[in-house]
Design a protein around this ligand. Structure first.
Ligand code: FUB
Length: 339
């Protein structure tokens, strides 16, 4: 397919007769974040459910075993989500699996529900932000953590010994973080489930949140009553594109909408949906990320979706499709494909 063929040209320098397919890799994965590190595309997703032989963590510490035993979760799949696999590719077509780039065995305070990683390079190190333990109340240890590695393939090790954001602020569940570097070098973290989104400013070492000039630390930026989770920020021609997932995450109507602003803090006024199911291709298309091929105005969207005949909400798979802009800067609805 020409679109991903161009990506081959851009990163690898030479074209090969590559043929793209969706899903991009075998297995149940969700919440993909796509990045470019060292001339390779990287995707960091959530391990959503077992597929074939169960993939498991081997070495829970006694503390983690206690946390898992004491968990009030009644939904067993959460307990299996204890690590991240990542995937790298020179061309968005051929993917190499990197198992357990982060495992809870390297995070003392986390034991399950390791979700929706966000990776970023800074000063020669790689930072992986992740949600863990599906925080339910202010009493339960959980939230957004940060782990560090010398390489994109890990192993990532917890940097703080505790969550970076472990409390509920402005009603936002501390999950689904996305770390965004603005053109002036400032890092921001967008996050939030339970229908609320916040943005925080990260310190230069990325290991703490610091107040904004107005003294506030957790700015609520919920763009629209339809907002549910999965925030993502992109910048093009000086405009900030704030995107999010809406609808029920296990339902067919899970989808992605967006807003535009001249500021990273909004206000963000909803423009419309850009990604949703196609009754001929897949359902529940959402929790996405986007990548711009360096030196071009070619954009791709990575997202998860469920096969049309699937009834298990966790049976989500990874897909990539082209994303196009209109001349006025708005985004065209994405055509989801099997290629
Ligand atoms: O994959 C676990 C959770 O499901 C994510 O945190 C949400 O965004 C939803 O995709």
């Amino acid at each position: 397919r020409l679109s991903r063929f161009l990506a081959v040209l851009s990163l690898a320098g030479a074209a090969t007769a590559a043929h793209a397919t969706n899903p991009i890799v075998p297995g149940w994965y969700a919440d993909p974040e796509i990045r470019i590190f060292n001339g390779q595309y990287w995707i960091y997703p959530t391990y959503s459910a077992d597929y074939g032989t169960p993939d498991v963590s081997q070495n829970f510490t006694p503390a983690q075993q206690r946390m898992r035993a004491q968990s009030d979760l009644i939904w067993a799949p959460y307990l299996k989500i204890t690590f991240f696999n990542a995937f790298s590719s020179p061309d968005l077509v051929h993917w190499t699996k990197h198992p357990h780039v982060l495992d809870v065995e390297n995070v003392s305070w986390a034991a399950y529900a390791v979700w929706a990683p966000s990776a970023i390079e800074h000063r020669g190190k790689y930072y992986l932000f992740f949600g863990a333990n599906d925080i339910k109340t202010n009493d339960q240890l959980g939230g957004i953590g940060v782990a560090v590695s010398d390489k994109p393939e890990g192993p990532f090790k917890d940097a703080l010994g505790k969550p970076l954001v472990g409390q509920i602020h402005n009603g936002a569940q501390p999950i689904d973080q996305m770390v965004f570097k603005d053109d002036d070098g400032q890092f921001y973290m967008y996050y939030g489930g339970w229908k609320h989104a916040n943005v925080v400013k990260l310190a230069p070492d990325l290991l703490s949140v610091v107040p904004f000039p107005d003294g506030t630390t957790y700015k609520e930026i919920t763009p629209d009553p339809e907002y549910v989770e999965g925030p993502f920020m992109a910048k093009r021609n000086g405009m900030y594109y704030f995107m999010w997932s809406e609808g029920g995450w296990t339902g067919p109507d899970y989808s992605v909408a967006y807003a535009m602003s001249s500021s990273p803090f909004g206000p963000f006024k909803r423009i419309g949906k850009i990604l949703q199911q196609d009754s001929k291709v897949a359902k529940g298309a959402g929790h996405h990320s986007v990548v711009n091929i360096p030196g071009t105005d070619d954009w791709y969207i990575a997202y998860h979706r469920r096969p049309l005949n699937e009834t298990d909400g966790n049976h989500r798979e990874l897909a990539i499709d082209r994303m196009y802009f209109n001349a006025d800067g708005t985004i065209k609805p994405v055509a989801i494909t099997n290629e």
